[in-house]
Write a protein that binds this ligand. Sequence first.
Ligand code: CMP
Length: 144
Amino acid sequence: MNGRITFTMIKPGAVAKENIGPILKIINEKGFHIVAMRLTQLSTLQAQTFYAVHKERPFYNSLVQSMTSGPIVVALLEKDNAVEDYRKIIGATDPAKAEEGTIRKLFAESVEANAVHGSDSDENAIIESDFFFNHSERFYKSIK
Ligand code: CMP
């Protein structure tokens, strides 16, 4: 993977704890450019659709409930090797396993309320950006 785009969400727990600013500061300091960003709140259908890949998992309903519990920040980030580098700075899904200094180690409350989401592939970065930003390809064009 060597795409220049990744997608992130700052999850409801982190937004409620006033951690939007501290998380965005780390994102910028690590060399990511914020190409598009919005504060929004997921409907149940949107959360179910976004996380449909996990629908057979035992945590699915609880995840959907948690992701719809309050506002989130959605953002399109740009950097060389964006997907991989962003996953490094957010740390492991389970904050107990995340490295010191990572966003999840610093801000996550639990494996479910783990502060941020980051795309896991270049393909999903585009799918996930398209989920929230109309005609998001216009942002990719401005980057090339
Ligand atoms: P995210 O990176 O958004 O992708 C899927 C989400 O499912 C993950 O972060 C967590 O919020 C949640 N998740 C993954 N594994 C578990 C688990 N074992 N228990 C509860 N929630 C989980």
